[in-house]
Ligand binder design. Sequence first.
Ligand SMILES: [Zn+2]
Ligand SMILES: [Zn+2]
Length: 115
Amino acid sequence: MPPFPVKIKIAAGNDTLAAEWSDGHASVYPYAYLRGRCPCAMCMDKQAGPPMPESPLPMFGKSRLALQKAELVGRYAVQLFWSDGHASGIYSFEYLRELCPCEVCAARAPAGSAG
Ligand SMILES: [Zn+2]
Ligand SMILES: [Zn+2]
């Protein structure tokens, strides 16, 4: 069984989303990193162009873009709700884990044939 997040926490002070996985791994995702990899059709379309800068966060009105809510979708994904109203990004656990920016995961080949 692939790892799944046992705990997901928005750390607003750090502009990050933290996840704890069933295999004991911990991931910390900066907001902009996550938003820049939003898997919804609309964002995937935009990603065909130049990649979104990862910092600073884009402004939305008078405040910076922020993550407001992270909700589990069934037993396979997490849906993220952003302060600009965007909420169509549904990150499967597998995708989320692949995105983990930690050194351990980054050291693994991204296009691995494991599994
Ligand atoms: Zn999106
Ligand atoms: Zn990792």
